[in-house]
Write a protein that binds this ligand. Structure first.
Ligand SMILES: [Fe+2]
Length: 317
């Protein structure tokens, strides 16, 4: 048996080359009194030309393997793969399926990397095949990326681009009308809206997209229309990825009617002052409040409480 000293040496050697080795000293202990427990990760961006990304996702999954309890949802917020290739989706599913006994349902939205430069329809079918290949995966129709589902009587709305945009998303008026109807049908109960990109000038944009442009890093030109829909309702929890920005003051913003959580990346390098690999959030939903805890899954540790948005708690309306 290896001593703690030897294990620590191995850990630091592996972590020096970017391979996560999560500690099992402070495992996730899910609060079973919550109505919903969600593991939320952004941008694995798996690629055969960057094996470290698979190592990082796999490291995060090892932390999940140590978890006490079973999450209701494991969600990925887009850019599942670098090039949207069949083999990349297969690699991703293989890694996640290793911990399929640790969550009940799997949700994912498509990101720009998953769909760009590809035939729209056949890539949508490929994306849905990927979701169905993950244990517990809930896929939408083969006609559009957007759809909704209910888990433990809470609605989850998956948005997605209506054409193969390169960096932003093309959210059609038809999808925006549908979004409004879907949120309205919740009657004020918390509703989770998942999209790869956040809205313009939120979650630290443009700083969090390295300071470029007025729309870059955001969902794009439909941003104001989506925002107007969110503002009509209440208890809308908007969850996104895309920015690859480590836990910081930018990750969570409370706009009253809607709350905007931008996830760090689990697979690629995080920007910002806190740039550890394999970051994400654990979200616990109660009847009167929601708690979000940032974790470095790659290290098997919660993000230190000195870092803004390491712990988020807000009352429901
Ligand atoms: Fe992206």
């Amino acid at each position: 048996m290896q001593s703690d000293k030897t294990l620590n040496k191995m850990r630091s050697a592996l972590s020096a080359v970017g391979i996560p080795t999560p500690s099992d000293k402070d495992p996730i202990v899910l609060d079973e009194s919550a109505k919903l427990n969600i593991i939320a990760w952004g941008d694995p961006q798996i690629s055969s030309v960057s094996p470290l990304r698979s190592s990082r996702l796999s490291g995060a999954c090892r932390d999940i393997a140590n978890m006490q309890g079973k999450a209701d949802v494991l969600m990925l917020l887009g850019d599942i793969c670098e090039f949207g290739k069949e083999a990349e989706f297969r690699m991703t599913a293989g890694i996640i399926n290793e911990v399929s006994d640790k969550y009940e349902h799997f949700l994912a939205v498509s990101g720009n990397h998953d769909i760009r430069l590809k035939d729209y329809k056949s890539q949508l079918e490929r994306f849905n095949r990927f979701i169905k290949s993950v244990v517990g995966g809930i896929a939408g129709p083969d006609t559009r990326y957007y759809f909704s589902t209910e888990i433990n009587s809470y609605k989850f709305i998956m948005m997605g681009s209506d054409s193969a945009a390169f960096e932003s998303s093309h959210i059609s008026d038809r999808q925006i009308e549908w979004l409004d109807t879907e949120i309205a049908s919740c009657g004020g109960k918390p509703v989770f809206v998942l999209n790869h990109q956040t809205l313009k000038r939120t979650n630290g944009l443009p700083v969090t997209w390295l300071g470029k442009g007025s729309w870059r890093g955001s969902v794009g030109r439909s941003s104001d229309k989506i925002k107007a829909v969110f503002e009509k309702h209440k208890n809308v929890i908007f969850i996104t990825g895309h920015l690859h920005y480590g836990v910081s003051r930018y990750n969570f913003e409370d706009y009253g009617a809607y709350k905007s959580l931008s996830l760090p990346t689990v697979g690629v390098l995080n920007h910002g002052n806190f740039s550890k690999n394999g970051q994400g959030y654990i979200i616990s939903v109660y009847s009167d409040r929601i708690v979000m805890r940032a974790r470095v899954f790659g290290d098997g540790e919660y993000v230190n409480k000195d870092i803004p948005n390491s712990y988020i708690e807000f009352a429901l309306d």
